[in-house]
Design a protein around this ligand. Sequence first.
Ligand SMILES: [Zn+2]
Length: 86
Amino acid sequence: MASSIASDKFYRCAGPNCGVLKRENDRWWLMWTSFANQNIPFLYLCPWDEKIAEEEGSLHVCGELCAQKLQSQFMGNVRQNQLKRL
Ligand SMILES: [Zn+2]
């Protein structure tokens, strides 16, 4: 019983101006950012996985369009930070 993960969790899309709720059979994606060696920002993308979805910092994404928007946001932020450092 302890090993069964509650399936009644609510996930909301992290896409800009989206916020739809995930339903049971939706094929969602997960994205997250992290800093690898030398402080280089990385953007990760993978198909939905319940375990990764529960991890702190993971972004829940309803589809390709929202993934693209988040990617564009990420790239914009990276560029902005690069400009600040100059
Ligand atoms: Zn979305």
